[in-house]
Design a protein around this ligand. Structure first.
Ligand code: UDP
Length: 339
């Protein structure tokens, strides 16, 4: 298969590109480099020994997508990772988030449908599930568009739009993948997560403390109704997540399908920090802080549908993720900018 990866030079895009290339598919990365660096695409080539051409441009621009098809097409499939993803920032910049995260889908679909793609895979999120009583979340659990922030809302809006588009394009496969919490890095240490500024997410924050660029880990609340009082999440190794995309494309049938991609195992903040300390080989300074506004006590999925229908399940755990993240961090103390 020949696959266009919009947002392909980012964290999940690069890992998926490696998985696709390793499975014998061809990839082209389209990325405006607003959240990553061109060197990330070169690293994909270094790891796989295969070509991963990078088209620099915005996936929300029909002309850019058309030029990518003209130069590198035809494509069998598009995987759409291109989005703004900072939850907190989205509450401050709703217009930018809605415009970017919806316009990219529109442009990719308009051009993709005109050029005859057979599959469209969309990066969604487990935060579309609205009722905590449904844990663990299955694909049948209640979703809402009335979520706590514009980032999550834009993802659910995309899903609704994609279901309508699938309905009038019966030959097309539309697969929505609801990610839980991606962590870890490729085992080589050559690609990984490279957040700009102070990271919002737990593992990158802990890793910055371990490398010495941040002082201490802040634990956002230890008074939740959970076994150790800290929040529970479903942390999925990014390589397992990437493999989920390959499985989804290889099993794609015409129509609209939704899959959770997670481990199904809830892990607390304290457990994740302890696993990272184990990988680093020393204790890290940490401090309990107030709860972070908008956080839920627990979110984790039932990944059974992906196992049954895609033949996919996770192989790696949080210990692997911490080891691989730390390897990436140590090899790239300033991320791609230092390369
Ligand atoms: N968290 C924390 N300190 C941090 C960042 C996150 O204690 O510096 C907690 C957060 O409250 C949540 C978990 O770690 O319980 C995962 O947070 P993250 O932002 O990584 O993912 P999300 O909240 O989007 O699931």
């Amino acid at each position: 298969m020949r696959v266009l990866l919009a947002g392909g030079a980012g964290y999940i895009g690069t890992h998926t590109a490696v998985s696709l290339l390793d499975a014998g598919h061809d990839v082209v990365l389209l990325d405006d480099l607003s959240g990553t660096h061109a060197v990330a695409a070169e690293r994909v080539e270094t790891i796989t020994g295969r070509a991963a051409p990078l088209v620099v441009g915005n996936a929300a621009d029909d002309a850019v997508v058309t030029a990518a098809f003209d130069e590198h097409g035809p494509f069998d499939a598009i995987i759409h990772f291109a989005a703004f993803k900072a939850v907190g920032e989205s509450t401050q910049k709703p217009l930018e988030y809605y415009a970017n995260n919806l316009d990219s889908t529109f442009a990719l679909l308009r051009v993709g449908l005109e050029r005859g793609i057979r599959s469209f895979v969309f990066s969604s999120t487990g935060t579309v599930y609205a009722d905590p009583d449904d844990l663990p979340f299955t694909e049948e659990s209640t979703t809402s568009v009335d979520l706590s922030n514009p980032y999550s809302k834009s993802k659910r809006m995309n899903e609704v739009i994609l279901a309508d588009v699938a309905r009038v394009n019966p030959e097309l496969n539309v697969t929505v993948l609801r990610y839980f919490n991606p962590v870890g890095a490729h085992r080589s240490g050559l690609i990984g997560e490279d957040p700009a500024g102070i990271p919002n997410n737990l593992m990158p924050f802990v890793s910055r403390v371990a490398i010495g660029s941040l002082e201490r880990v802040g634990i956002f609340g230890d008074d939740y109704d959970t076994p150790d009082g800290t929040g529970l999440r479903d942390y999925i190794h990014v390589v397992d997540l990437a493999d989920g995309h390959v499985a989804a494309l290889q099993k794609a049938q015409p129509g609209y399908a939704v899959y959770n991609l997670g481990t199904g195992v809830p892990v607390s903040v304290l457990e994740l920090v302890a696993a990272f300390e184990e990988a680093v080989g020393r204790e890290l300074p940490k401090q309990v802080l107030a709860r972070r506004p908008g956080d839920v006590a627990a979110t984790y999925c039932d990944p059974g549908k992906a196992r049954r229908e895609l033949g996919w399940s996770t192989r790696l755990g949080i210990d692997d993720a911490c080891r691989d993240y730390w390897h990436w961090q140590q090899s790239n103390p300033s991320g791609y900018a230092g390369a």
